[in-house]
Ligand binder design. Structure first.
Ligand code: ADP
Length: 247
């Protein structure tokens, strides 16, 4: 299998305060990978650094061996729900059509071909009936499915999703994970920032465990072992003991 994402020696800080230090890992295509770790561990930071959405102090990201700036079209990003302005007046089909823009280029408007493809992507997430709705009218799960459809419309090779299951209903969650597994089986690379450890075993092939630095990357079973998890969650456990909760 080919290496699709390679992160080496990544250092990111915000206003001089380190968020992640010395993170390195590589991900192969055809893998569904979870980035886990406690709150503030730097999970979103790593995802944004892969996309070059934030500057970093040091390090390098390669996508299929090339610089990110040459590979943007191949990378689809679904940001955290809280980072999206849901009041923005745009309807569902136009939201998905944005995914086709990298292929269209700057000066061509989407035509029938792009609209048909956007509808097909909406079908894949069960949202085709809502194509005329304003995005703000939808439930959290429906909105997330539309954003996944936008990522599909991009025909990307790499899908990067930040906490896609937060604030959504179980049906949408099920649908999204099945879709991500199908994309994985088609050879795409899927990276998901995720905090709900109870689902990690069912959802992911590999896990990247972070806590400001890389604690461990490996198969889901390996990373979920208590001896490894403790290295990242020790502070949380100490806190639980302090307030009288025994883990
Ligand atoms: P996680 O996704 O694991 O919860 P983040 O990557 O969001 O962690 O954040 C890592 C650290 O960086 C945290 O201490 C957070 O407060 C800080 N941080 C994240 N984004 C910013 C920002 N835009 N400005 C300042 N500090 C930030």
């Amino acid at each position: 299998m080919t290496t699709s994402i390679e992160v080496s020696d990544l250092f990111v800080s915000y206003f001089g305060k380190p968020a992640v230090s010395g993170v390195r890992f590589s991900i192969r295509s055809g893998e569904l990978v979870g980035i886990i770790g406690p709150n503030g561990a730097g999970k979103s930071t790593v995802l944004k650094a892969i996309l070059h959405l934030i500057p970093f102090d040091k390090g390098e990201v390669k996508i299929f061996g090339k610089k990110v700036k040459h590979m943007r079209k191949k990378m689809a990003y679904v940001p955290q729900r809280s980072e999206i302005d849901w009041d923005f007046p745009i309807h569902v089909l136009d939201t998905v059509l944005i995914g086709t823009y990298p292929e269209l280029g700057l000066f061509r408007r989407p035509g029938k071909k792009e609209k048909d493809w956007a509808m097909e992507c909406l079908k894949q997430v069960g949202m085709e009936k809502f194509y005329k709705h304003q995005i703000g009218e939808l439930s959290g799960g429906q909105q997330q499915r539309v954003f996944i459809a936008r990522a599909l419309a991009q025909r990307a090779e790499i899908f990067l999703l930040d906490e896609p299951f937060v604030g959504i209903d179980m049906t949408s969650e099920e649908m999204i994970i099945q879709l991500l597994k199908r994309l994985r089986d088609e050879g795409k690379t899927i990276v998901v920032v995720h905090h709900d450890l109870s689902k990690a075993n069912d959802y992911f092939d590999e896990l990247i465990l972070l806590n400001k630095e890389l604690i461990h990357m490996g198969s889901t079973e390996t990373v979920l072992q208590p001896s490894i998890m403790l290295k990242a969650y020790e502070r949380e456990l100490t806190f639980l003991k302090e307030i009288g909760v025994e883990a």
